[in-house]
Each structure stands twice: as C-alpha cells, then as structure tokens.
Design a protein. Structure first.
Length: 199
C-alpha cells in the first residue's frame, strides 16, 4: 500500500478516537462519521472547506450535499475533474446545526489539515470561505495579507510550503450560491483562476 494511503488512514484512525475534540460526543451520539477528505493523493489542487454538514457527516464524504452540488458546478465550469483534486475541511466533524466552527474546534482539527497538506503537497490550496482562508493564510505566515473575503475572493497569494512555492487562492464558500443563485456567476468567474492547473 502506498505511503500516502497509510498516512491518510492514520489520520482517519486518530480522528475517529479523538475524545478531546469538542465534537466527539456529538458525532458518536448521532452515529455520524468524521469527514477526512476525498480525492487524489497526488492532487495539484487541494480545496479546503469549513466543516462537514449533515449529509457529509452521514456519509463521511466532503461536499456531497447542496454545497457539494455547487462545488461540482464550479469545478465543471473550470474544466476540473473532481477526482483529480483533493477536497477536505479544516474541521473534520460536523458542528451542531451547521454553526460556524469555534476557535477550539479549529485548534483541535487544524493539525490534521496541516498533515494532509504535507502528504499531498498541492501546488495550489483553494480555500472555500473565510474560515479556511484565514486558517491557511495564517499557517503560511500571510497574516498581514488577510483581507475580508469580499475583497480577497478570486485572488491568488504566493506562499512557501516546506516542499516548495505554492499559491493560496481565496474563494467564496459554495454555500453563498445555495440560497442566492445570482451569486453563481461571480463564484464561477473566481474559480477560473484554477483553470489549467489540475492534471
Ligand atoms: N460545507 C463545508 O464547508 N464542507 C463540507 O464538506 C460541506 C459543506
């Protein structure tokens, strides 16, 4: 078995028994799954969302509900095949009622995302929404470049990872277009930045 698969499995096993997580009891009481991530372990582009919703927690798959449908439309509009990219979240368990993740939850799960970045070594990290943008930009020392998502969306920031130069692309969360389809053209315009990057 490939080393990358082993390392990802180890992350899944650790998250499964993460009793220190503020979301552990909620997950087990509801018979939910943690959502580790899905896609190519050799992806050039890694998408990072916020936290799983109900559909995701029921299936263990990221972005498989309404937000996932929008993400699929966005990827298709940029000619990106979903299996070629890797899709994950900062927080690996569903927060109750889909509320925003707390700083404690981000602190609990952030190190798993950090490890996933080191395993996949993406050239581009596309953040979905402001929580992912802030986490990833801070992680790469871009604290001073952080702008409100209304200004940052569609921009690509240069960053240095342990394995080389990368770009961080800030995107709106696909949820933005669930209730307001008029936002879809703007999300589609932003994602074109990624065109031609995925294999
Ligand atoms: N929203 C997210 O941020 N992630 C998912 O996996 C689903 C919805």
């Amino acid at each position: 078995m490939s080393a990358k698969i082993d390392q990802m499995k180890k992350i899944r096993d650790e998250v499964l028994i993460l009793k220190t997580s503020p979301l552990y009891t909620y997950r087990t009481e509801n018979k939910y799954f943690p959502v580790i991530g899905e896609g190519s372990h050799d992806a050039q582009i890694m998408f990072v969302g916020e936290a799983p919703g109900r559909n995701e927690a029921k299936t263990g798959k990221p972005f498989c509900g309404a937000a996932g449908k929008i993400l699929d439309e966005l990827l298709a509009s940029a000619g990106i095949n979903r299996p070629d990219v890797y899709v994950t979240n900062i927080v690996k368990d569903r927060p109750p009622e889909n509320r925003d993740p707390t700083p404690g939850e981000i602190e609990s799960y952030g190190p798993f995302l950090d490890r996933q970045i080191e395993i996949i070594k993406p050239r581009v990290i596309a953040t979905l929404g402001r929580y992912a943008m802030v986490y990833v930009m801070k992680k790469f020392g871009l604290d001073f470049d952080i702008e409100p998502i209304g200004q940052a969306h569609g921009k690509a920031y240069d960053a240095k990872a342990s394995y080389g130069d990368i770009k961080i692309v800030a995107l709106y969360h696909p949820c933005a277009a669930i209730y307001d389809r008029s936002k879809l053209p703007m999300l589609m315009k932003d994602i074109q930045v990624l065109k031609g990057i995925a294999r």
